[in-house]
Design a protein around this ligand. Structure first.
Ligand SMILES: Cc1cc2nc3c(=O)[nH]c(=O)nc-3n(C[C@H](O)[C@H](O)[C@H](O)COP(=O)(O)O)c2cc1C
Length: 166
C-alpha cells in the first residue's frame, strides 16, 4: 500500500521515499577566486548526462553558501568519494568555514582540488544552470577526468553512509 496518495507531500515522506534510492557521494570543490582558498560541498544528486559532449549534472540548494564561491571559479572538481571518506563528506556537508583543515589534495590541470582518497575525479566548468524549486540544476562540461582501479565507493542510503558488500 502506498503510504500516501495525496499531492500534499511532506518533507518527511519525500526524504523517506527518495532515500530508498541508493547513491554515491561526490565532493564539488574549487579554489575561491578572490584568495585561492579551497571551498567545497558534499553532493549526492550527481549523474551523467551526455557523452558527446561530455556533460554531467548535480543539484545545489539555493541555500548553499559554498556553491556561489565555486561557480565563479574557471574550473571546479567533482570528486567521487571512497568508502573511507565518510568523515570528510560529513565535514563538507557543514557550514564550517575551514572545511579543508587537514585535508590533503592535489590540483587538476585547471587548478581545482582533487581530494586524496577520491576514487575518481572530473574537472568541470558550468555549462548551463536551471532553476528548479529550491535547488538549481547545474549542467557541467567535463574537461579532464581520471579514475582509480582500486578503492570502493562511499554509499549513501536512507540518510546514512554505507559501503558495497563484498
Ligand atoms: C551525503 C550528502 C549528500 C548531499 N547532497 C547534496 C546535494 O545533492 N545538493 C545540495 O545542495 N546539498 C547536498 N548536501 C548538503 C550539502 O553538502 C550542505 O548543505 C552544504 O554543503 C552546506 O554547506 P555550504 O553552505 O557551505 O554549501 C548533501 C549532504 C550529504 C551529507
Amino acid at each position: 500500500m502506498p503510504s500516501s496518495l495525496s499531492t500534499d507531500i511532506s518533507q518527511e515522506e519525500f526524504r523517506a521515499t527518495l532515500g530508498r534510492f541508493t547513491t554515491g557521494v561526490v565532493a564539488v570543490t574549487a579554489l575561491r577566486e578572490r584568495d585561492s582558498v579551497p571551498v567545497g560541498l558534499a553532493v549526492n544528486s550527481f549523474t551523467s548526462v551526455s557523452l558527446a559532449p561530455a556533460l554531467v549534472l548535480f543539484c545545489v540548494s539555493k541555500g548553499s553558501t559554498s556553491w556561489p564561491q565555486i561557480r565563479t571559479a574557471d574550473h571546479f572538481c567533482i570528486n567521487i568519494l571512497g568508502e573511507h571518506q565518510q568523515d570528510l563528506s560529513s565535514r563538507l556537508a557543514t557550514r564550517d568555514t575551514d572545511k579543508f583543515r587537514g585535508v590533503r589534495w592535489t590540483a587538476t590541470p585547471g587548478g581545482a582540488p582533487v581530494l586524496d582518497g577520491a576514487i575518481g575525479w572530473l574537472e568541470c566548468s558550468v555549462e548551463t544552470e536551471y532553476e528548479a524549486g529550491d535547488h538549481d540544476v547545474i549542467i557541467s562540461r567535463v574537461h579532464v577526468l581520471s579514475s582509480r582501479d582500486d578503492g570502493a565507493p562511499l554509499v549513501f542510503y536512507r540518510g546514512s553512509y554505507g559501503r558495497l558488500a563484498a
